[in-house]
Design a protein around this ligand. Sequence first.
Ligand code: LCS
Length: 397
Amino acid sequence: MYNFNEIIDRRNTNAMNTDGFREYIFHADKTMTFPYKDEEFVRMWVADMEFATPDVIIEGIKERLDKSIFGYTRILSDDYYNAFVDWCRRRYGWSFEREHLVMSNGIIPALFELVDYICELDEKVIFFTPSYAYFKYAADFHNRESVFTDLVEEEGDFYVDFENLEAKASDEKTKLFILCNPHNPTGRVWSEEELRRMGEICIENDLWIISDEIHCDLLRSGEKHIPLAKVFPDYDKLITCMAPSKTFNMAGLMISNIIIPNDDLRSIWLSRHYNFDNPLSVAGAQAAYEKGEPWLEELTEYLDENFRFTKEYLSANLPKAVFNIPQATYLAWVDVGEYFKKDEDLPMFFAYEAGVLLEGGNMFVQNSDGYIRLNLACPKTILEEGLKRICEAVNNK
Ligand code: LCS
């Protein structure tokens, strides 16, 4: 049994989560003050966890440390591929060819590069909104236009507006669809039928697709992840991104898997990307895929319980909030719009009035007014305190 109740002090580790919130959430520097000391905040924002990375991963890194030389490294042996492809076979019934796998320091840097490699200057990128904002930043950075297609909310569940997707995908300047599968921030796991419809629309319109599957291991019990590439094994303009970073709380080790079946795009990648890897990250990721599954199963149960508790607590204490337990991610996407004016800055309100750091509103591009996103990947005692503070602040407004 792992101890997910342990409270780990992350200060003095250069953690974004503890020390980077002024800059990331509030675009401010150290001079920004709050009615709380930094260590008094309940932190429910950036998508990493308050849980220790599993010891099998730390052991794997230690074994590599003992080899004592950390020279230039690239994944040259088959061991890493075998560990990762076995993971994919076991968990999603899907596999891919060894030569299609390239590595990146992160999925975000990969998105930035791929937008540049795939889209001409006048071509557009389309994705669902609300959205993880870096999808838009990847397009913005290369001066490519973003096109949004709003998900539709019905009683706390989220659906694709296929007519809207189809209309926008058929614009001849739309070139690339970035799919978040499962979806951040709503936590939707797309069904096979939904994936098929999305893919067919893209294929009809000759779009490239990046399926960002970074959250695919973080499912509620009983849910199943379907890689888009499993539904469309023959469509080679489809790139799949997966990583151990979210699953095993090792984002700082900066290693992610990018699967590019198209030979031409992959050769562009290999000629322009900085193709070296961190030897400690490779060792950690390989250990994760080989030995991390029992930990992930216990984590899944712990998160299930945190979601159950959150649903119950919000129903009792914030009855006008709209929230259903999501199928995936450790993020709760909660509509608190009934309690606020349309243009209120929700992260600012909760930081000042509740001492809770969270993300929300226009941090998720559009179609997100009135929503807050709570990171539930923390010990239950911290979650209880965070929810208590959130509900009290709203009810005292
Ligand atoms: N893609 C999605 C959909 C994500 O949610 C995140 C992290 C990333 C990519 C980052 O990938 P990396 O570059 O680390 O491999 N999501 C975060 C979030 O929602 N808040 O903080 C990080």
